[in-house]
Ligand binder design. Structure first.
Ligand SMILES: *Cc1c(COP(=O)(O)O)cnc(C)c1O
Length: 480
């Protein structure tokens, strides 16, 4: 007899009391899908040498179907704990928003807004208007516009100002940012001809003056945000580049990448270039991200001279890259904080995490350590000094002193230790709110810099006890 015949029919499993009860919450369709998948899987297993009776048991199948249902019902976009030590983590969504920005975004989601409507005279308006004055005020620029992200901002600016002509850039600045943003490729996509000048480590003013000519569309300077060239180096100051560009009647575009709106030295952080410095140096167009050191939503911000910004706004790509009302609301609220807040490092989460005192992180660690240390007998857990980084290419060589819960496998053999680490990483990822750490020197580090605030710490602690089950370990005291 075929053992697969012993499996219940879909309708039978659907009628199981526990499964039927789940229908009220998850709906018939999703429950049916979970049941189907469970039975398909059981059928496959039964072709192996498993014991038919165990697999085909109705209660066991119902429990499996419910577990699958929980998985199917879980949203794909989910909150995680970023304990990687990289504060602005591109793969984890970069900056989290200020409360004021969240409130503004929620309000804009719930109601119609005056997005492109001038409330003064009741006529059609321009959506840039919502943030343009603020951006000019904060950067000293004459005009501003905003698009989907900084890659889009650079693409648009290059296309509007330099299509069909040469874009001059130093060989030391042909940057690649993660996720296929490469300056040479962006220039090509924008229709500019890349003209490299100088050398990788040294570029002089004469390199630009000898290259500039009738085919030049613009000069480009890119902030080398995710690497540093050190040693025998030289680059041309922005003000000199601006002089050279303007003497030949072409604009200077500076891609700042992060573009901090706050004075980082005043916050006790390493210095980071600010848009207003670039504007003051004479740049015609400056671009930067909304969700890096600015601490706002994903956006590409373009500030600069009135004529250049007007040309950019007229380009068809501007419409294709425009921001939606939710992002604009969040961006405006974040920018307002830079104008009004007397405590940016309190109100903007990215700045709060970057400026968090080492002693406070250590205190969080001391609180967590007793709860973590005896959970898994395979590991020795300690609280160890570590170094967080800013991330997203910001200030690549600077590190911030921090503390990490450090899980070091106890096994004697290297292969076994690697397997234990892998299981731990997987178990942490399977927690209701996944915990993402980083591997370093044979241990798993949970950098506590970004675990701030009572609610976050409580949420983390609240799910820690599920770790042994997900790791597949024996309960404390037992054999692992
Ligand atoms: C991050 C970065 C970009 C890309 O910005 P996104 O907002 O991620 O599109 C471009 N240029 C530089 C120098 C950057 O640092």
């Amino acid at each position: 007899m075929d053992v697969r015949r012993s499996l219940p029919a879909v309708d039978t499993l659907l009628a199981h009391p526990a499964v039927a009860a789940a229908r009220a919450r998850h709906g018939h369709r999703l429950v049916r899908r979970a049941v189907r998948q469970t039975l398909d899987e059981a059928r496959e297993q039964l072709t192996g040498d498993r014991k038919a009776g165990e697999i085909a048991d109705g209660d066991v199948l119902a429990a499996t179907a419910l577990a699958r249902l929980t998985e199917l019902a879980r949203p794909a976009s989910r909150a995680v704990f970023n304990l990687t030590g990289t504060v602005i983590h591109t793969n984890l969504g970069r900056s989290t928003l200020a409360e004021a920005a969240i409130a503004a975004m929620t309000d804009a989601a719930r109601h119609p807004t005056a997005l492109e409507y001038d409330l003064e005279d009741g006529e059609r308006g321009d959506r840039d208007r919502l943030v343009e004055d603020l951006l000019c005020e904060l950067t000293g620029a004459e005009a501003a516009t905003v698009v989907n992200n900084n890659a889009g901002a650079v693409l648009l600016a290059l296309g509007a100002l330099g299509a069909g002509r040469e874009a001059l850039i130093s060989r030391g600045e042909l940057i690649e940012i993660g996720g296929a943003f490469r300056m040479p490729d962006i220039m090509q996509a924008a229709g500019c001809r890349l003209r490299e000048v100088g050398a990788t480590n040294r570029t002089h003013p004469r390199d630009f003056t000898s290259a500039i000519g009738e085919h030049t569309g613009l000069i480009v300077k890119a902030h080398t945000s995710n690497y540093a060239i050190t040693g025998f180096t030289k680059s041309v100051p922005e003000s000199t580049l601006a002089e050279i560009a303007h003497a030949h009647g072409v604009p200077l575009l500076i891609d700042l990448g992060s573009g901090a709106l706050a004075d980082f030295s005043a916050l006790g952080l390493p210095y980071e270039a600010q848009p207003n410095d670039a504007i003051a140096a004479g740049a015609d167009v400056v671009t930067f991200s909304g969700d890096k050191l600015l601490g706002g939503p994903q956006a590409g911000i373009i500030v600069g001279r009135r004529a250049a910004i007007a040309t950019i706004k007229r380009h068809p790509l501007k419409r294709a890259l425009r921001l939606d009302k939710l992002t604009l609301a969040a961006l405006e609220a974040t920018l307002r904080l830079y104008r009004d807040s007397d405590a940016l490092e309190r109100d903007i989460p990215t700045l709060a995490l970057l400026t968090r005192a080492e002693a406070e992180i250590a205190a969080t660690g001391e609180r967590l350590l007793p709860h973590a240390s005896d959970l898994l007998s395979d590991f020795e857990v300690t609280l160890a000094p570590c170094a967080s980084q800013l991330g997203s290419g910001s200030l690549p060589v600077d590190r911030l002193p921090s503390r990490a819960l450090t899980w070091r496998p106890r096994a004697d053999q290297r292969r076994q230790r690697e397997r234990q680490l892998q299981r731990l990483e997987t178990a942490l990822r399977r927690l209701p709110r996944p915990v993402i750490g980083r591997l370093n020197d044979g241990a798993l580090l949970l950098d506590l810099r970004c675990l701030a605030g009572e609610a976050e710490i409580a949420a983390f602690l609240g799910q820690l006890e599920q770790l042994p089950r997900l790791y597949g370990a024996a309960p404390p005291g037992g054999q692992a």
